[in-house]
Write a protein that binds this ligand. Structure first.
Ligand code: FAD
Length: 167
């Protein structure tokens, strides 16, 4: 694989290609272990992540269960889903939402019956329970902005490398 940064060559312990939610969260995960360089094609925020609207399905609601989320996903997947992957993604969902919140993503909240703020979970097609964590209808932009901010703020992450990585 060759990488062509637009300006000078840079040295770092980790090279992350892409600045969507996958790349930025990877950069944050490994930043404790060394320096990180992110190379991305266009502006830092230019990614599918930034355009994602609806939200993220995960099991956080009262009466919901991992088994229900898995079954809903497999049913609407019509045989195309890898069951082991569905199982893992469903199980890891709540922890990932926790991480995104810790990294600064602010999702839409509502008051519970005692007036305590909790995540406002939406219900979308194919789901039998309320389980869509969202930030109004700009969920991806909220996540992208939070992760970019976190990266820039406190980590040894080298941004500003704009260019396409070529296989
Ligand atoms: C309009 C829209 C709405 C969506 N709504 C939802 C939703 O409601 N819920 C949901 O879960 N998902 C939704 N998605 C899907 C979701 O956005 C993606 O699954 C997710 O953002 C993928 O994240 P990613 O980090 O893997 O990729 P991306 O966010 O696309 O990031 C890829 C990064 O890699 C960079 N890159 C690519 N090729 C190279 C290269 N050769 N060299 C250097 N950099 C490169 C890109 O510039 C970009 O920064 C939506 C997507 C779109 C487009």
């Amino acid at each position: 694989m060759s990488v062509r940064p637009s300006k000078n060559d840079v040295e770092s312990d980790f090279l992350v290609i892409g600045s969507g939610v996958a790349g930025l969260s990877c950069a944050l995960e490994v930043a404790d272990a060394g320096s990180v360089t992110i190379i991305t094609k266009k502006q830092d925020s230019e990614s599918s992540t930034n355009y994602a609207q609806g939200g993220i399905a995960t099991v956080l609601g009262e009466g919901d269960s991992f088994a229900s989320h898995r079954d809903d996903t497999l049913r609407v997947g019509c045989g195309l889903c890898h069951e082991d992957v569905v199982e893992r993604v469903v199980q890891e969902g709540p922890e990932v939402i926790g991480k995104l919140r810790n990294w600064g993503a602010r999702f839409t909240m509502r008051d519970d019956t005692e007036g305590k703020g909790i995540l406002a979970l939406g219900k979308e097609g194919g789901h039998s329970h309320d389980r869509i964590v969202h930030a109004k209808d700009l969920t991806g932009r909220e996540i992208e902005g939070a992760l970019l901010m976190k990266d820039f703020e406190s980590l040894p992450v080298n941004h500003g490398c704009h260019g396409a990585a070529c296989m």
